[in-house]
Design a binder for this molecule. Sequence first.
Ligand SMILES: *Cc1c(COP(=O)(O)O)cnc(C)c1O
Length: 680
Amino acid sequence: MGSPGCGKTTTGQLLSARLGRPVTDIDDDFLEPYWGMPVAHKLSLVGNKMFIQEEGSALLKFQANPGSIVSLTGSNPLHSEAMDHVARSGLVIFVDVHYEDILQRLHKMKVDRLVTHREGQSIADVLQYRRSFYEKAYDLRALCERFESVESVTTKIDRLVQNFSSPMNYASTRSDSDGKAIHHFQDVILRGLAEDGGLFVPGKEFPSLTWGEWSRLVELSFQERALLILERWLHPDFVRPQTLSAIIDKAYSRSNFSSEDVIPIVKLEENQYLMETFHGPTASFKDAALQIMPQLFEQAITKETNSARYLILVATSGDTGSAVLDGFSKLSGNSNVRVMVLYPEHGISSVQKALMTSVDSDSVKVIGVDGDFDSCQSAIKAIFRSQSVNERLMDAYNIKLSAANSINWGRLLPQVVYHASAYLDLVRQGVIGMGDECDVCIPTGNFGNILAAFYAREMGIPYKMFICASNVNNILTEFFQTGIYDLRQRKLQVSTSPAIDILKSSNLERFLHLVTGGDGPMIKNWFEGLHKDGIFKVPNEVLETISDKFNLVSDWCSEEQCAKTIRTVFKETGYLLDPHTSIAKTVADRQTTSERPMIICSTAHYGKFPEDVSRALQLPLPAENDDCSGVLQQLKTVSALPSFNQGLESAVKKPRVHNSVISDDMKNITREIETFCAEW
Ligand SMILES: *Cc1c(COP(=O)(O)O)cnc(C)c1O
């Protein structure tokens, strides 16, 4: 299926020869014999207006041979009943050719009018109009490069069909290649964590796009890019592209994201660009994933045959919690999912706390923990792995546990989109040409965000250097320099960038899996060692691969330097960084070369950390300690850029409704879970 001139007929014939299957061309092999006249005659006989109707009625009589290839006409999809009829007999593949190419081909074929052409319309208008029908009907999209040959398009379609019958699967980072338990996306998003304590990773090669295909995405909106990227990952049996498109539009609507570009790229200084990921409802990059992920989660539940209910357990270093609460609260009244958030009571900002503890809904529970993020995360991981807790929740309440942290694959996947999109934006702005390299610098805690950037590279985005920026909790910097991950001498320090106050960086496990080419037994060895002894060491070859093949550079920034960078960048550019972005900016300054542009991931809005940002700017702090609206107000008047996040301001004025604070042992947390489940 596709526009006139997209090559359907020729591709159909080539595919037929290659696969040894019969082919039917609807124009020549069906309509002509059916009407007993050439299609052009029929058209002049019935006229433009009636043609679609006539063609549709005819198509309703068409029965495809099993195992055959059918080349539709360009106007078949405009008759929805007939299109549904055809679609029921097989897979619908949309041959998506750039409309400039189509125009050129039609020009060569001397076609100057198309069916459904109205007076005064250009051919481009008609093609655009028709495109919406193709978009409504396809199962798989063959995205074509500009001027791609029909032979090449044929190969592409052949591969699409093969992939359709062997969809992406996932396995634990800790499984060996033989006894591997294979899971599909639906299962992976619902479970969160693999049974053996590992994390789910793709069990096959990543889907990737050629530069020619990526080039097609340059002129598209963020939402369209998201669709084209995510449909490579999500099988139409799990979510049809049309449903996925609706999910994406809902997630990245203007009421959710205050920027039309969703995640805009702005120039900060020579060769440095900020990726502003904070325009969502809770003002951190977490929104980009968590406006999508709950919808995919809901999709997975509706596909489940059992009728279990799900409790999403979240350990948060501040930003995940609010983003999860916002994302899941927008599900359409689905009573089968509830959320429980655990945050370190003394380790997050006042605004972060206010955003979470004011969410007034029966389906959420927010609890402060008298400990740090690592102890919250460890307790939750232990609960996930505890057979007795899981059995008890299942038997007594029909409830399964799941996760929405970046340990959940469904969280990571949408993050790949904005890393790819940032690169495409630099191409669109003319900063680089398609295929040119650029660097990224990311403030890193649980290693999810930077991992998604590596995944974007696996998909074909030519990122060169990846800079992993840490704050004073610089265990990752130490690890990447020495190969030793040593928790034993470390104590988590509370800093002004709480979202990266993390010592047990979960997604490092996925990264090492990627780096070692999927050596499950080795990963298992390392991470079980870390759990038991608080330390593991990787061999030098692994470190070399990380620096040579993955071009990862790691560095850290002190608290004083972080504050100083906020102050100087503001003075020099008028742009106000949040502390996490300031960590990245400080580290990026040491690595920026004149050779390539550097994208700095701005992970949160400064308004989320008003006290520390005010201190960095050496502004007076309002006397009142607990209420953060005064200090927010002050920042709002100081800063010109980036624009203020309005959502934050109204959120902090809501009253606190969650007041529990408990100790961080697993027993206590389990008891809270039980109480919450019993009330459900
Ligand atoms: C979550 C978060 C980070 C850390 O991201 P990871 O994926 O955990 O590495 C950095 N900055 C902010 C503002 C965050 O919310």
